[in-house]
Design a protein around this ligand. Structure first.
Ligand SMILES: Cc1cc2nc3c(=O)[nH]c(=O)nc-3n(C[C@H](O)[C@H](O)[C@H](O)COP(=O)(O)OP(=O)(O)OC[C@H]3O[C@@H](n4cnc5c(N)ncnc54)[C@H](O)[C@@H]3O)c2cc1C
Length: 493
């Protein structure tokens, strides 16, 4: 296949690529989707194996009411296929939160609805007096009602800096530091206040944390099914080696299966891998290459999956943190020096709670995760896994005997599956360029590349919010931009 049979080539079938491809195809463009893996979905893929069915990585949708996928499904004409496992305000969708304050020997635990609409469990968790309770309520009300212009002004301010002059109890600071690690996979002194507040607003106003019947992979399946039904072509197990640029414009891609040509190429392979490896820096202005190289990778999230012969967790999600276990840059630097802390934050999700088909009858599949470096070569990951296993046994003493098998995944596995490491320390990012201060919100890299006909979709460019939602929103925006580019091109020919 070498002729101009396609209008658009989309690289990658994660939420960014799949959403963009399916919308462009639905709008009448001829799209080729090229994915290097046999499994579609990128980090949003789900696995079905030996009677077990579970998500590889994402654990919770934020926002649950009105995520980008709902809008996409509506345009595809399959609104009914959007099937959250539980309604966002379902009283069964409970998260248990465990917290240990500095110096305390034991964790306290409270149960809370996923939408976090009721603050009183936190008052118990943090043991706050009425004056501190009032401060927390006032502060959180300010976050939830913060207008967009005020949020935009916080793109260059880290959450730590934002909190510096606020009169709030330390327990709230500690929770927000944990939240930055667990929900955004960033340290509190590196995460942009604008992004963290946006995500907290989503959780409190639109619900957060839920899942889908069939896992997140069910979303990929619907988008790809509609894509193929509308005439789109998917090439699996086909890595794009080069994006072709001729006469200064994008003209197609080269793969081991041959060369494919189209006037528009959309890459969701990551901004840095796209510019520095797939296109090559010789095609860009030197200042653009310097800018791309200067972007800091978002952080990683490493996980252990427990395949259990019997259930050990009775709720959907479980999180645990202490004043000592969340990471800021200082704590991370200690870890890099080889000092693995006694405790790490833990985010635990019970796939079986949302979908009884996730495990064979009478069994359960759980995942536990913690923040880590995005560096595929990071040497601390095994030490973190050891701590996670130890803590899991402390929270669920019966887990060790109930475990039939464990699977470990860190930045190396994430990079090998989805994102090439093209710069030192990068590749295992959880949310691509992430929510790092100074490079998100209005400062997020543009989806429009300097090369006409080349666009970037996915977590690295053009959108804001939590991982999968942000990536799909970017796909929606790139579908609009690419459609506009094609229409303009047709008119001028
Ligand atoms: C451990 C973990 C936990 C997470 N938890 C959550 C969560 O709870 N909630 C949430 O919303 N998000 C979560 N995320 C983040 C979310 O999964 C990502 O933000 C999202 O998948 C990024 O989408 P994307 O389309 O930009 O990239 P990806 O999903 O990485 O997709 C990129 C695709 O491009 C393909 N590709 C790359 N290079 C090439 C090439 N040269 N040729 C062909 N194909 C190529 C890859 O194989 C991949 O399929 C989590 C991520 C991780 C790792």
């Amino acid at each position: 296949m070498t002729g101009q049979e396609h209008d658009v080539i989309v690289i990658g079938s994660g939420p960014g690529g799949a959403s963009c491809a399916t919308l462009l195809q639905k709008r009448g463009h001829r799209v080729l989707l090229v994915e290097k893996n046999a499994l579609l979905g990128g980090k949003m893929a789900s696995i079905e194996k030996d009677g077990w069915a579970y998500d590889l990585f994402p654990h919770g949708q934020v926002p649950m009411r009105g995520p980008a996928f709902e809008t996409i499904f509506r345009e595809l004409g399959v609104a009914d296929a959007f099937q959250p496992a539980l309604a966002p305000d379902d009283p069964r969708d409970i998260i248990k939160i465990c917290y240990r304050s500095r110096g305390a020997s034991q964790y306290r635990m409270v149960a809370q609805g996923q939408a976090m609409a009721d603050a009183t469990p936190f008052f118990r968790l943090w043991d706050l007096d009425p004056a501190d309770q009032a401060k927390v309520v006032g502060f959180m009300a300010g976050l939830v009602t913060m207008p967009e212009e005020q949020l935009d002004a916080l793109d260059d301010v880290s959450m730590h800096e934002y909190l510096a002059d606020k009169d709030v109890p330390y327990a709230l600071y500690s929770y927000l530091a944990f939240h930055a690690n667990a929900s955004l996979a960033e340290p509190i002194d590196l995460v942009a206040a604008s992004e963290q507040i946006r995500i907290m607003k989503h959780i409190m106003l639109q619900g957060g944390g839920g899942q889908y019947k069939g896992g997140f992979g069910a979303l990929t399946k619907v988008m790809i099914r509609e894509f193929e039904k509308n005439g789109g072509t998917v090439l699996r197990s086909t890595k794009v080696d080069r994006i072709l640029v001729e006469g200064g414009i994008a003209t197609g891609v080269a793969t081991r299966r041959g060369t494919f040509r189209a006037p528009v190429v959309v890459s969701s392979a990551g901004l840095q891998p796209t510019v520095l490896r797939l296109v090559g820096d010789e095609h860009f202005d030197r200042s653009y290459v310097a800018y791309v190289k200067s972007l800091a990778p978002g952080w990683g999230f490493t996980s252990i999956r427990y395949f259990l012969g019997k259930p050990v967790m009775d709720v959907a999600m479980y999180v645990a943190y202490s004043d000592e276990s969340w990471w800021d840059m200082e704590r991370f630097n200690r870890v890099k020096e080889g000092k693995i802390p006694d405790e790490v934050i833990l985010f635990m999700c019970n796939h079986s709670f949302y979908d009884e088909a996730a495990a064979p009858p009478g069994k359960q599949v759980l995942v536990a995760g913690t923040i880590c470096s995005p560096n595929p070569e990071a040497t601390e990951i095994e030490g973190l896994w050891k701590r996670m296993d130890e803590q899991m046994v402390r929270f669920f003493p019966e887990i060790w005997n109930a475990t039939e098998r464990r699977e470990y995944a860190g930045p190396k596995e994430i990079s090998d599956l989805t994102r090439d490491a093209v710069l030192p320390g990068q590749g295992g990012e959880c949310v691509g360029l992430g929510q790092i201060v100074g490079q998100c919100g209005k400062k997020k890299p543009s989806s429009v590349s300097p090369i006409p006909g080349l666009f970037y979709a996915g977590a690295d460019a053009g959108a804001a919010g939590m991982g999968t939602h942000q990536s799909a929103l970017s796909g929606v925006e790139v579908a609009r931009l690419a459609g506009h580019y094609l229409n303009k091109r047709r008119k001028t020919r």
